[in-house]
Write a protein that binds this ligand. Structure first.
Ligand code: UT7
Length: 320
């Protein structure tokens, strides 16, 4: 058999910078309580959300994604011309065709490879693994990875069990080749037998979930996966400087952190001000933690995403 040429491979990859974008409109629990039968105390204690940002009617996923991408590029001191692959994780595109990543690349003025990943709330972690693997294989040197979500357009605003949970946002990371490994092995998986627990049943329907079942799954199954990701990277939980779980519910975040035993880590709690922003939640929470200088550069940070599918993915990264 003829051996074919392959790209020169890279030793490793690293997250160079992280950015985010949130729509300007802030919606409080009180505002929601005026429209549906809920209240601030229930939302704070059961979900952990105090405010969320919602997109304008005309604000699209690719627009939010490009703005988050520009923030990540600015923080890295780079321009879009330095990027050779764009990956967008989203589960709420306006339409299934065309993909969002090509539109984001177009908005940034580049015509590089561009594809979407849809694993809902675990999308950023899946996208990061794809970016990592593309760089290791040598097919990309510097990837712009975006997680963008606009759940507000898929919610039934009269359904109190879902309307109070979500926010709109985009997060982004610049992932680039590195001589030393800055991204640990991904631990990922799925359980399609539970696909019905979180879904949008058809194009005319709104988002639905069986909240209690998802809650039980997330609080029992995700911490062991997070531990596996730590082991795979060779990092003990008490060595983590930060843990950034998908911002689904403050009680889930706290349960994962407790079970993990990450006693010295800062735990991301961006859900309080932003709501559950699905695939945007991990990069946005990390971006804000870095802006607040809460995590020393170079220290190990655990990212762990989980959600519809059911899907999950986690990896330890070296903090930018
Ligand atoms: O990001 C994607 C992955 N998704 C998740 O991780 C979601 C996981 N699940 C959850 O976060 C929680 O299950 C929810 C936040 C969705 C719900 O919290 P819960 O503690 O499981 O509440 P519940 O569904 O068991 O409802 C408890 C009570 C019910 O009333 P009764 O039957 O006990 O009288 C609900 O009708 O709370 C009621 N309720 C509300 N009350 C005030 C439900 N929603 C509301 C609301 N305001 N918004």
């Amino acid at each position: 058999m003829t051996a074919l040429n392959h790209h020169p491979r890279n030793m490793g990859a690293q997250v160079r910078s992280v950015g985010h974008y949130q729509p300007a409109r802030v919606v409080t629990n009180e505002e929601i309580s005026q429209r549906i039968d809920t209240n601030d105390e229930w939302i704070r204690t059961r979900v952990g959300v105090q405010t969320r940002h919602l997109a304008r009617e005309d604000e699209t996923i690719d627009e939010m994604g490009a703005l988050a991408g520009q923030d990540a590029l600015r923080k890295a001191g780079l321009t879009a011309q330095d990027i050779d692959l764009v990956i967008v994780a989203t589960s709420t595109p306006e339409t299934p065709v065309p993909n969002v990543a090509a539109s984001v690349a177009g908005r940034l003025g580049i015509s590089v490879g561009a594809f979407d990943v849809n694993t809902a709330c675990s999308g950023f972690s899946y996208g990061l693994a794809n970016a990592h693997h593309a760089i290791i294989a040598g097919t990309a040197q510097r990837v712009l990875l975006v997680g963008a979500e606009r759940f507000s357009s898929w919610l039934d605003w009269n359904d109190r069990s879902t309307a109070v949970i979500f926010g709109d946002a985009a997060g982004a990371a610049v992932v680039e080749a590195s001589d030393t490994e800055g991204i640990g092995p991904v631990r990922w998986g799925s359980d399609g037998t539970k696909a019905g627990l979180i879904r949008i049943p058809d194009r005319h329907s709104s988002f639905m979930q069986e909240g209690q079942s998802v809650f039980r799954w997330a609080t029992s199954e995700i911490a062991p996966i997070a531990l596996q990701a730590c082991e795979a990277a060779g990092v003990k939980p008490d060595e983590l400087a930060a843990v950034v779980p998908h911002q689904a519910n403050l009680r889930i975040i706290d349960a994962i952190a407790r079970k993990l035993g990450a006693d010295n880590a800062v735990i991301a709690r961006d859900i309080v001000g932003s709501g559950n922003t699905s695939t945007a939640s991990i990069p946005m929470a990390l971006s804000k933690m870095l802006e607040r200088k809460e995590i020393p550069s170079g220290s190990p940070v655990l990212l762990i995403g989980f959600g519809a599918g059911l899907t999950y993915a986690g990896q330890v990264i070296r903090c930018p």
